[in-house]
Design a protein around this ligand. Sequence first.
Ligand code: NAP
Length: 295
Amino acid sequence: MINRLAIIGVGLIGGSLSLALKKAGKVTEVVGFARNEETRQQAMSLGLIDCAAMSIEDAVTGADVVVLAVPMGAMAKTLAEIAPHVTDKMVITDAGSTKAQVVEAAVTTLGDRICQFVPGHPIAGTEKSGPSAAFPELYQNHKVILTPLAETDAVALKTIQTMWLDVGADVSEMTVQHHDLVLAATSHLPHLLAFNLVGLLAQNDDVDDVLRFAAGGFRDFSRIASSDPVMWRDICLSNDAAILGLLKQYQQQLTEIEQAIQEQDGDYLMDLFQRAKQARDIRFKEPELSHIKAK
Ligand code: NAP
């Protein structure tokens, strides 16, 4: 049971966590912070938080768990603002989509208190953002990856594992580096490709005509291009090394595809399409797909 939970960033991710913990009866009081009065008021009126703090200091004072759910680009600054107010039993975690950058910032800003920080990432979300996007079922049967450090205190880790289990998530652990590589491949690159394709088509004069004929496949593929641009700019810049490595491989493969089409090399295309279809069919059974929301 969490007595006082501080959520810094009361949007989709922070707001949904708060709603889910409240629904499960696993938190007594939630205090939230966002920069804008409008966001704080919305979070209050939607019942995401019990109390809106006017500063980060006010939000974290007296909290036993602090959750950072701000965009990646704001993590380091937020950690620096929290650092002077961390007390002995306080546990701090984050929900950021990439881990190396936030861990580096936590090591720098928290110093000896780094043992109280548990890096985390819920693999759940929608293309919507802000307080009004939050809903309590978001984490049900979705994975949460924790990337504890050598210094992470066992009790702090247990507190955060329990928090995510309480909202119905399936919690696993991996190293920071492995997390950032896996997510670059399964989330960051697909988002980049979707933004790129839709952005490319949108430049055409006949964009309305082209999209008028878009079928289900295009809708499925392009849905994630409706995600928040600020969030995705920050993710791409913070996981730069892993994304650049994958982009290089992707570009090489695109060149091979281009060549195969120029040379009418159907065998190359068949081999690629069959391997891709088989890999996907084995891992994703269709009935489950309707429950998957890309993060
Ligand atoms: P969101 O809905 O846009 O919410 C972000 C919240 O942070 C808002 O309350 C915003 O309110 C506040 N905020 C923004 N900049 C801030 C700053 N500089 N200082 C303090 N508060 C700030 O975003 P989200 O989708 O919940 O994402 C939050 C985090 O979760 C991100 O790090 C993201 O990478 C990660 N994540 C997202 C998803 C997803 O699918 N959306 C999934 C997994 C993880 P104000 O603008 O009023 O400050």
